[in-house]
Design a protein around this ligand. Structure first.
Ligand SMILES: *Cc1c(COP(=O)(O)O)cnc(C)c1O
Length: 376
């Protein structure tokens, strides 16, 4: 893939000890596993919204393309433009709504847009005419989620009749309420597609599955799947098994060690007090890096394979851990914040459980501040 601006490579100086390390081999493996699962007839559109679930969209894009991504899907035009600037030729898809006033930017940058009203189609058509181009779109059908889309056949048909618009695909999204509801949504989607096809419309791509449904409902894969979590090696609540590997590790190094005597406090309000003479490590990461502030008293980092509980209140940029039980602990020793679960590390699933959220939020909330380091 042609790039106008190189992304950070190994060997470039990393300006911080707290980093998000991305295993590009794991990412490639996951794409290959997804493609093997769905077979050659089904296109794969990895979802790389929210900065590729925290891994860095610009950093992961070339690997995904090299491993068969038909499109890179994002939520917003701003996300699409970050990728467009880096990769002038990458096939980009916006899953979300783009306001009419911004549609000329979409056309100008050859981005495939989700639409669901004839009025949007008209605005897009006008923008395309002004540029002497054709706007590529996928229709969004609301089959019950009630987020984006329409179930109005006449509206969908009117979009298809709009000049300067190339309707390449049609899609919907499952609420995953239960199997019966999923079947109902799928049946409704199929009947709308059938009705439009009966009127002579042809769709190259039809899609309705995210990660979970792509694994558990082979019938629903149609001609394209839209996995997000699975690409990054985050297994969901699917029943079926797919061999994917967590691609992200969040790590740092000890900035200082303190001897803290029994009874002394640590951090704001001295909310933690030493029950024994302790060694406390200061770590240079905090909630402004995207680590959940509510992990106090639950979170831990892993140093030399030993779990070290976080103590006291998590600060914006730093936190403290009790490392009393780590033999020969030294300043600058590595601390794993989120690992793969091996060697006593906290994986994303455990972090989600401890923070009371889901895995996607744990990674999506990782801020831009920690440098991304891509290992190939
Ligand atoms: C985010 C998103 C996906 C991917 O979801 P995962 O659960 O991470 O696989 C797929 N489709 C749409 C429309 C989305 O917004």
């Amino acid at each position: 893939m042609r790039t106008s601006q190189g992304h950070k490579k190994e060997g470039v100086m990393t300006l911080r000890d707290t980093v998000i390390e991305i295993d590009l081999k794991a990412l490639a493996h996951n794409m290959d596993a997804i493609r093997a699962m769905v077979g050659k007839e089904v296109a794969v559109m990895p979802v790389i919204k929210a900065n590729a679930y925290g891994l860095g969209a610009v950093g992961v894009a070339p690997t995904l393309i090299a491993h068969g991504a038909r499109y890179l899907a994002v939520a917003t035009l701003s996300e699409a433009m970050e990728l467009r600037t880096a990769y002038p030729d990458a096939p980009l898809f916006i899953l979300g709504h783009t306001p009419d006033r911004l549609l000329p930017v979409v056309v100008k940058n050859s981005i495939t847009q989700t639409i669901f009203t004839a009025a949007q189609a008209k605005a897009l058509s006008d923008a395309a005419a002004g540029l002497g181009a054709k706007a590529k779109v996928h229709l969004k059908v609301d089959t019950g989620f009630h987020r984006l889309g329409t179930d109005n056949i006449e509206e969908l048909f009117a979009i298809c009749q709009t000049p300067n618009i190339d309707v390449e695909g049609i899609f919907s999204h499952l609420a995953l309420a239960n199997e019966e509801e999923d079947e109902k949504q799928f049946a409704m989607f199929q009947s709308i597609v059938k009705e439009l096809e009966a009127r002579g419309i042809r769709f190259k791509y039809k899609h309705i599955t995210d990660s979970i449904s792509a694994v558990d409902y082979p019938r629903f894969r149609l001609s394209m799947v839209r996995p997000g979590a699975l690409v990054y090696g985050l297994r969901g609540s699917h029943k079926g098994y797919i061999d994917v590997k967590q691609a992200v590790t969040f790590k740092t190094r000890i900035s200082q060690l303190h001897k803290v005597n029994t009874g002394e406090g640590v951090g704001y309000d001295y909310l933690w007090r030493a029950q024994r003479d302790s060694i406390i490590a200061t770590l240079p990461f905090g909630y402004a890096d995207g680590y959940p502030r509510n992990m106090r008293d639950k979170g831990y980092v892993t140093i030399h394979g030993i779990k070290c509980p976080l103590v006291g209140v998590l600060c914006m940029d730093q936190c403290m851990a009790d490392v009393t039980d780590v033999p020969n602990v030294k300043e600058a020793d590595e601390a794993i914040i989120y690992g793969t679960g091996e060697n006593n590390t906290m994986d994303i699933a455990e972090a989600a459980a401890l923070a009371g959220t889901n895995k996607n939020e744990i990674v999506a909330r990782l801020m831009a501040r920690p440098p991304r380091v891509y290992m190939s």
